[in-house]
Design a protein around this ligand. Sequence first.
Ligand SMILES: Nc1ncnc2c1ncn2[C@@H]1O[C@H](COP(=O)(O)OP(=O)(O)OP(=O)(O)O)[C@@H](O)[C@H]1O
Length: 778
Amino acid sequence: MKGYNRAVGVFVRIRPTANFAQDLIEVLPDGQTINIHQRKDSRKLLESQKSHLNSRSFHLEGVLHNVSQEELYNRVCKQVVLGALNGYNGTVMCFGQTGAGKTYTMTGSTESYKQRGIIPRAIQEVFREVDKKSERAFLVHLSYVEIYNESLVDLLSSLQGPKRSSRGMAVIEQPGGGVFIRGLSLHPVHTEEEALNLLFEGEMNRIIGSHALNRMSSRSHCILTIHMESRSRTLSDPKYVTSKLNLVDLAGSERLRKTGSEGQMMKEAMYINKSLLFLEQAILALADHGRDHIPFRQTKLTHALKDSLGGNCRTVLVANIYGEAAQIDETMSTLRFASRMKCVQTNPAVNEHTDPAVQIKTLQREVKLLKDELSIYNTLVNRPTVTYEPISEAQQAEIQNQVQSYLDGRLEEISIVSKRQIQAVFAQFKLAVHEKEQKLKAQAGKTCNKMFQGSNAASIKNLDTGGSSEDVEEENHIVPHPQHPVSTKAKTSRDKHSQNKRQGDGTPVSMKSSESSSKSKPSSVQTSARELEPQEPDTESSNTQELLLPASEREPPSKAEAFEDFKVGQGREINLILKENKTVLLERRSLLRQLTEEVNSVKREIDSIAATLQEQEEMTGGKDADECLSIDGDSTPQQPKESLLVHFGELKARYRQRYEALRDIKAEVHYCNHLVDQCRVRLLTEFETWYKQSFPLPDEEFNLKMTKNVSEEGESQPSWVQQQYEVLPKSTGSDSFYNARYRTLIRRKSRGLSVSPAQSAGSRQKRLPPIFPVTPVR
Ligand SMILES: Nc1ncnc2c1ncn2[C@@H]1O[C@H](COP(=O)(O)OP(=O)(O)OP(=O)(O)O)[C@@H](O)[C@H]1O
């Protein structure tokens, strides 16, 4: 909300009189200045002795002397009403001595259309503008509250049915700084006539007291508020504006001794004076820009007007004064109040809001449009299969595998497909880094334990490593052959299996002298790291490194805690299967290690015998080895060729047999690895699903807008009313005014006057039964 400072507009209106005190009240031709000359002591001084007058000049926005109701409205209120239709809060209030013309200015005569005051004119203007602004949809509501002896009274509560009372009403401050009256009824209005009906109903219910200065004096402060909400008829525009137009008729600011009040009237006058005194104090504080605290809460009046005086409101004050000399002291006092009010600054700003439901719909449309654009683009650049939907669990698992393969060096690059995929890939990298950190931390912890626990070190070591992947890794002595790099995860287990099969199919022994059927040497067995090393991370910890972040860094419950719960709860079964599979995998790996050792040892023996036989053949040049002598003439005892050949044959057979077993166990290890991988992915996937379901993000709730619910009024006019209607003067636009006026008369006639609680307590308050429901015309 962007606002700007603006001083309260202050006007003075002089009640017309035949005895205008020209010598004391001087209206300058500029129409904005009024000079008041107050006699120091009227009994002692002559008329001509002007030097003995207290004079004061007041410069205001306008001095309205002998102006019509229409001119007054145009100069004082029109702009405020138009502002309210555009989303600015507005307040117009009348202040002044009893009988000075506040009610006349604000409400005017209810008998004459021409003499109608600010409120009916403002209502008319609102509905005329609403009709003109066809591009916007307006919702208009009305409320009418009276503050009588520091009590809030709902002047329209009679429309809510007999059970509704004004009890429990209170001025409440909203978080944004505005105020509203809790318990005050709010009435939807769709036409000028409906609104005038409510105004006249409220007027009938006002507390009126007979008074020395004014026979029909208002003994209370009244605030009629027109609440407006307007939004564009373009459905896609989520912005809408709201405003409040407060039309305030303050009680008379007479001094007690002047009113001649006694009893209940005296009490009323005291309350009125007190609230106006506090109003003055609040105005003084507001005008003093150094003041931090403004005493708004001291009375109901100042509290209810808080956002009209010091808020984001366009505020106008009409100071009503008498033109007679007899009232000059009160006139001076009223004008002093008016000039203080002139120093008050408000900060008018449009009350703009955003409707979340409409905004979501608009954004959804926008997203759809952009998706369509993307799909056209992808088709053009030959990428028709790319989708931009959120990543599924299966895709997530696939990305996890890709990243793992990339980190292991089994995958050279990860193809970029979409932004979501890039984000998921980075998330996996982050996960991997955390995993590494956790492992390092755990290892560092173990080292410390070993250092500090002395005699218990061995047992702790057993505990740490027992049955875990580390001992398998430490015991693995097999060095992979350079020509057969470590088998990679990127290749499928079927690939690996066939690779192993190819290795196993080769002739185990290779000898130059041997028969063509056995030319190849038995190859030394290379078992891949994947087969022997437990490369897979420990599911219970390492794949959930992000879960192991300190709980304070995440919203409770942390994923780590939740994962622990999940493993013993919903995910218990799959977790047990995973553990069992890991145990079997460890056993198979251990067996594989033994067989590998055995096969390699047989292979070494075969190589050694083959070398011996080769040597003997070279030395004898084809003769019997037993006959051969060494170069120095000594005979070297040599193993007979036949026995070597027999042993060689046995070794070959053993090699073949062990190799077969080795190949089988390798296949088993592959299969177990695959099962463990599958279980781990499933456990994590199921956990993520369970976590999302168990701890969902809070849903947004959207406010539904109120809809009008007004029933038809089936009311027939009695003939006497009809007759009155026909003889009354008519002018353009006056139909609504007179219709509403007659409805009020019908109600008055049909119900009669009832005695109110306040009346029974001594006041002359009048309360009427409820009117009929407001008729919707549209
Ligand atoms: N500008 C005016 N032109 C014609 N009549 C007026 C004007 N101002 C006031 N009057 C008449 O003066 C009388 C008293 O006015 P009104 O009731 O408006 O005073 P008030 O300030 O509201 O008094 P209170 O505070 O006691 O309610 C009414 O009969 C009203 O018609």
